[in-house]
Design a protein around this ligand. Structure first.
Ligand code: B4P
Length: 218
């Protein structure tokens, strides 16, 4: 069993993360929540702290859009309207990534995936073939008004079409309530979901998330 030490801003070691090198069991976490809840923000920090791969389907899709691939051109119309890109496309992207990289990774923080129950079922199957299930689903809890405020604020300089107007943002929240919120129930029945307060200082929220991940650092 190897351990990894991390430094906080005062350069004090605050975390010993033990990774079982003999079994190479992956540490796979889902960061869950509505658009604007801080998934992307927190996933970046956690991935760096724990040396896990940050997999954001939103970022992967935006890269395809930017490169004007066939997949990107198809995805763009869904994204700009605040709708979900079809499951088949997103699951295919994740399957490809795991196929290429799973053997080399300590673990993954999934950000923005899964977003439907069909995606969650597909992810369970994909990970079963690597004998590396999702260990924990950390779900960020933020009020709808705060979400709208954050996304409109980001829209001022993100250049993201889906952050530009309140109608599109409200549609994303409706899609979340209709299609994505049931994913939390899916993981609840597996006893893996944990609600985390997602409002307040970014560092304070990060500390709450770290406390949960601590359970895997025995
Ligand atoms: P994503 O890129 O996942 O977009 P998001 O949900 O808006 O991002 P996120 O929630 O991570 O943003 P964050 O809170 O970090 O998806 C975009 C689109 O891609 C989807 O609508 C869909 O069309 C498509 N897509 C992606 N995945 C898919 C899938 N699996 N299936 C189908 N379609 C898919 O940041 C929000 C803002 O809040 C930032 O400006 C940040 O600075 C700020 N913020 C964060 N924490 C804060 C805090 N504590 N206080 C104040 N502000 C905070």
């Amino acid at each position: 069993m190897g351990s990894h030490k991390f430094l906080n801003q005062d350069n004090r070691i605050f975390w010993n993360f033990k990774f079982n090198k003999s079994t190479k069991k992956m540490i796979n976490i889902v960061l869950f929540g509505p658009p604007g809840s801080g998934k992307g923000t927190q996933a970046k920090i956690l991935a760096e702290k724990y040396e896990l791969k940050h997999v954001s389907t939103g970022d992967l899709l935006r890269a395809e859009v930017g490169a004007e691939t066939v997949l990107g051109l198809e995805a763009k119309k869904y994204m700009d309207a605040g709708n979900l890109v079809p499951d088949k496309v997103v699951i295919g992207m994740i399957a490809g990534l795991l196929e290429r990289e799973a053997g080399t990774l300590k673990g993954v923080i999934f950000d923005g995936f899964p977003r439907t129950v069909a995606q969650a079922e597909a992810l369970d199957e994909l990970l079963a073939s690597h004998n590396a299930p999702i260990l924990k689903v950390l779900s960020l809890d933020v009020s709808e008004e705060e979400l709208v405020k954050r996304l409109l604020e980001r829209g001022k300089d993100s250049g993201r079409a889906d952050d530009q107007n309140e109608g599109t943002i409200r549609n994303r929240l409706k899609v979340y309530n209709d299609s994505t919120a049931p994913v939390a129930d899916f993981y609840n029945t597996q006893g893996k979901a944990q609600l985390i307060k997602g409002e307040g200082d970014i560092d304070d929220i990060n500390n709450l998330l770290c406390q949960e991940l601590n359970a895997f650092a025995a």
